[in-house]
Design a protein around this ligand. Structure first.
Ligand SMILES: *Cc1c(COP(=O)(O)O)cnc(C)c1O
Length: 386
């Protein structure tokens, strides 16, 4: 009879939610001001201070942040945008939302980040922007990427969904590229349930993002029902409904001050995994590069499928039977149905992304994990791989 390592299922990516934010959400409900309001403003200010960027604008998701970043920076139908295939599909989907063409550039196998030499090969006269993705929280080669962008006059929009805490050569992610997009989705390093943020040093872009995210109504329209008297507004752009609410910001304003504490905890778990998996048929993630802070969003070893003669999916299913939830980050975007059909992508197009895509598995890394949970993950991985 099969006896799993754990009696109860360990959910992958469960967030740590503490009492102060629970109380704050209840306060929001009692205040009656449940949509965009003063807590959103406070969270934006805190986030701006945390990243050191000149402007921070909250939105309903990182996907919304990426979409509006494209619009305000002038990416138009027919333009090409270069990005990594080793990402969540949203990064590429938003390129198609503005009618532009996603052009993938292969990643480096060790860092799992987009390779600047591959970016150079993909530039054409139609290239308008680059979206580097800081995979798992490891910064991309931003000096090289910014040099390419300056030389070819391209916009750089960073997908920092994994990378709130990331620092690259002394520079905090959030004011390296032209626009930087963050996620507070439930599995991310800090959470607002659903939510995102854009940072930029460009005041005009920040103002337009705020406006376009709320129907394109002239600035500050959310204040129209306050006690300063009803204010008329003009719709100056056919905008979107992408605003963050005070219920979401209530979570963010308590989570953000704990971000470094949560990171320390994930670093500890990471070290335990590295130590415990020595000698097993897997490649542990590369250590952080010198002069960087890795945000440790995901722990993604590559399973040595050639040596063990079993697929990653079989290993994942076996861990599930041990009551350990895992994730896959990511199936390379070019292998998804829409991208194959629309752009004719196939296996062989991006060998490094495919190599990772076939072997990667994400083990639980949330700050919520107790030492016993981490021990269970280790025991299950050892059992399944030996
Ligand atoms: C989670 C994620 C997104 C999307 O974030 P949402 O806030 O859910 O829209 C974008 N890019 C990457 C790399 C992600 O992991």
């Amino acid at each position: 009879m099969h006896t799993p390592v754990r009696d109860t299922f360990l959910v992958f990516g469960a967030p740590l939610i503490e009492e102060p934010e629970i109380r704050e959400v209840v306060d929001v409900l009692r205040s009656g001001w449940v949509s965009t309001g003063p807590r959103v403003g406070k969270f934006e200010e805190m986030f701006r201070d945390y990243t050191g960027a000149r402007h921070a604008r909250s939105l309903s998701s990182c996907t919304a942040a990426l979409h509006l970043s494209m619009i305000v920076s002038g990416v138009r139908a027919g333009d090409e945008v270069i990005t990594s295939p080793m990402t969540f599909a949203a990064t590429a989907n938003v390129i198609t939302h503005v009618g532009a063409v996603p052009v993938f550039a292969d990643v480096d196998r060790r860092t799992m980040n987009i390779d600047p030499a591959e970016i150079r090969k993909k530039i054409t006269p139609r290239t308008k922007a680059i979206i580097p993705v800081h995979f798992a929280g490891r910064p991309c080669a931003m000096d090289e990427i910014m040099a390419i962008a300056r030389e070819r006059r391209l916009v750089v929009i960073e997908d920092a969904a994994h990378a709130i805490e990331t620092v690259y050569r002394g520079k905090k992610v959030g004011h390296i590229g032209d626009l930087t997009c963050f996620s507070f989705y439930v599995t991310k390093n800090i959470i607002t349930g659903e939510g995102g943020m854009v940072t930029t040093d460009n005041e005009d872009w920040a103002a337009r993002i705020e406006m376009y995210g709320l129907h394109g109504m002239s600035k500050g329209a959310w204040r129209r029902y306050t006690d300063d008297g009803f204010k008329h507004y003009q719709v100056v752009y056919p905008g979107y409904k992408y605003n963050m609410t005070d219920m979401q910001a209530a979570l963010g304003i308590h989570q953000l001050p704990r971000i470094e504490r949560y990171l320390r905890r994930r670093e500890e778990i990471w070290r335990r995994y590295d130590e415990a998996f020595k000698g097993l048929p897997l490649t542990t993630p590369a250590p952080p590069d010198p002069d960087t802070v890795h945000a440790r969003h995901l722990y993604t070893p590559l399973i040595d499928i050639d040596r063990i003669g079993r697929s990653r999916d079989e290993i994942q299913a076996a861990l599930h039977r041990e009551n350990i939830g895992t994730g896959i980050h990511f199936m390379s975007v070019h292998l998804h149905d829409y991208y194959r059909r629309t752009y004719g992508h196939a296996r062989g197009d991006f060998p490094n992304a495919e190599y990772i895509s076939d072997r990667t598995i994400s083990l639980p890394l949330s700050a919520k994990l107790a030492d016993g949970d981490v021990g269970d993950v280790i025991a299950a991985v050892r059992k399944v791989l030996s």
